[in-house]
Design a protein around this ligand. Structure first.
Ligand SMILES: [Zn+2]
Length: 608
């Protein structure tokens, strides 16, 4: 279609050029050629500047190559039996279990009958063995092609895939009920930065006469641009470490450098290997991933939004301070007739104590003072006051980048949700709803939903005392920096003093008696500021959440962890978060926590 159009267009151009030449035979500078033959034929050509392009590599923040285009060797097995697997094993130097496993992995589903094209990926050494013995194996085919090669198993949802290489996966996904989720473009930075990675061939469009002499251009020339390397913000060692901690469990971990918005680690669990989507011999692995009830192929931290639970008390407290509904010294009773309190604790005489013990009744009353406060102008109308206060609360909360897409460099980011007054008018079927019917907002339950990116960004905002850069995965393209929108500072509508007022309570959370005191890193001299959350779940075990940053006074890392159906935030999520902090800030885990680390990794494996 396109070529037909081009041919038609070119024909038209030749005609127009000929007409132009005919109508002005004696124009100045027409030259002798024009005098001799007015019916000059021009032809429009398209010249490619560079035929071969190099697709850029993908490197981590310390310049380790994660993805590059390299030759790959594929061994095609005969389509019909018999296949002497014993002899094949001898040929390749594999034992019989390996042979069986490699063939099973390559089949599109477990009991696939012979007749499918089975291809095995070989190493250079294996290729030499096959070539030496090729005469004895006339039915084997050996092909070499240029493919994207992943050097590490880590970072699958970050790296993504090249669409052309993922076609077998996308076809396979069509056969599954959940497949449509994965058929949506979910291809990580390979897809998001495809144009920059690929470069541009560059085209010239000369209009030439029969003698090959050029007479200008018939279309705008485009410049040749070599494919460029992508420099990720990810630290691949930290990424691999965090993936091991979450393993087969269901949830996410996002770690950011709050000073820049650079994403240091981005885990969507259950985790899978980066090459699984495109490797020609992994169809069986892909079938398992597509069938898996925990849906490992979903990019959880970007595309799913969850109730944040008690970690949202931080946002509510900051807003209440800004709206002067409370002060840092405000005291409330731990009144269990309002809402149950999970922890036994001393009376919350201040915001710091309320945060330390995550006292539900305290934050019930914080939100109540905010929603039920009646300004003078609305003294006679409590319904209007509640609507105005909720709208104001939402405006402040939205300045954290909530209830809207943050704009990270990944496909299909979700916006999350914050309820509006109108939402409650409809849901409660009356404009006269009371605080009592919406109080679950005060403990981060009910209608509020945040993505993992928003949770980590919320921790970064508190770490920065009120501002953030949009979280992103790429810090440099070729010789250039990140995309311009990632260098723009966003400020919340809340004064920095109110963020500073949260920090003592967050530090107390990890001190003796606090909800996450077991996760303290005081033994290695790191002060962590954090907040746990246990999110009620009507359909099963509660979800565990934690957000925090370290060091508390000069934060270099902010982390959000969410583990579904794992129970208490303090015992399930906080340890993962602080070990990622320790690993990043110190490079290793103190002996004291080694047994803990083992236990978490074992649990992550068992759930696998
Ligand atoms: Zn309490």
């Amino acid at each position: 279609m396109r070529t037909a159009f081009n041919r038609w267009k070119n024909g038209l151009l030749v005609l127009l050029a000929a007409l132009a030449a005919c109508s002005s035979p004696d124009q100045p500078g027409g030259g002798p050629a024009a005098d001799q033959d007015v019916r000059v034929r021009y032809s429009a050509r398209r010249v490619v500047v560079a035929d071969t392009l190099y697709r850029g590599r993908i490197l981590d923040r310390n310049d380790s190559v994660l993805v590059a285009t390299r030759p790959q060797f594929l061994l095609g097995l005969p389509r019909r039996p018999p296949l002497d697997t014993l002899a094949l094993g001898l040929l390749l130097g594999w034992d019989s279990t390996t042979v069986r496993k490699r063939i099973a992995d390559a089949l599109p589903y477990p009991d696939a009958r012979p007749g499918y094209p089975v291809q095995l990926l070989l190493t250079a050494a294996e290729v030499r063995r096959v070539r030496k013995d090729s005469a004895a194996w006339p039915l084997l085919t050996l092909t070499e092609r240029q493919r994207r090669v992943y050097t590490s198993g880590a970072g699958a949802p970050v790296l993504g895939y090249v669409a052309a290489e993922a076609q077998p996966f996308l076809r396979q996904a069509r056969r599954y009920r959940r497949g449509r989720f994965y058929r949506l473009r979910n291809g990580g930075v390979e897809t998001y930065y495809n144009g920059l990675l690929n470069g541009h061939r560059g085209y010239l469009h000369p209009l030439v006469d029969a003698q090959g002499k050029q007479h200008g251009s018939w279309a705008k020339d485009t410049a040749f641009q070599q494919g460029q390397d992508l420099h990720l913000t990810i630290d691949v060692k930290l990424q691999a470490y965090a993936e091991k901690l979450l393993g087969g469990r269901k949830g996410y971990l996002v770690a950011l450098d709050p000073r820049t918005g650079e994403i240091l680690a981005f885990v969507s669990a259950p985790v899978y290997k980066a090459a699984a989507i495109t490797a020609p011999d992994q169809a069986g692995v892909r079938a398992e991933l597509l069938e898996h009830e925990d849906m490992p192929l979903i990019n959880r931290p970007a595309t799913l939004a969850n109730p944040p639970g008690s970690v949202f008390k931080l946002v509510n407290a900051a807003i209440a301070l800004q709206m002067r509904a409370i002060t840092p010294g405000t005291s409330f009773r731990c009144d269990q007739s309002l809402v149950s309190c999970v922890h036994h604790h001393p009376r919350p005489l201040s915001l710091t104590v309320g945060l330390k013990y995550s006292c539900n009744p305290y934050f019930y009353q914080v939100m109540q003072s905010l929603i039920d406060c009646v300004p003078d102008s609305l003294a006679q109308d409590t319904v209007a006051a509640r609507h105005a206060n909720l709208a104001q609360w939402r405006r402040y909360a939205r300045s954290f980048g909530l209830d809207s897409v943050l704009g990270a460099d990944m496909p299909r980011e979700a916006p999350g949700f914050l309820p509006t007054p109108a939402y409650y008018d409809k849901a409660r079927r009356t404009r006269g709803w009371t605080y009592r019917s919406i109080y679950s907002l005060s403990i981060g339950q009910g209608e509020i939903n945040l993505t993992g990116l928003q949770m980590a960004n919320m921790a970064a905002i508190i770490a920065n005392r009120g501002w953030y850069y949009v979280p992103h995965l790429v810090r440099g393209v070729g010789e250039n920096g990140p995309l311009p929108r990632f260098t723009k500072k966003h400020r919340t509508l809340i004064d920095s003093v109110h963020f500073a007022a949260l920090v003592p309570g967050m530090v107390a959370v990890l001190q003796r008696g606090g909800t996450a005191d077991a996760s303290s890193l005081a033994d290695v001299g790191i002060t962590v500021a954090g907040k746990t959350g246990t999110v009620e779940n009507d359909e099963g075990d509660d979800h565990a959440a934690f957000v925090g940053f370290a060091p508390a006074d000069k934060p270099r890392i902010a982390v959000a962890v969410y583990i579904e159906n794992a129970g208490f935030g303090a015992t399930a999520a906080a340890p993962c978060a602080v070990m990622v902090m320790e690993k990043y800030l110190r490079g290793y885990i103190a002996p004291k926590r080694k047994r803990w680390e083992k236990r978490i990794q074992n649990r992550a494996r068992q759930d696998d």
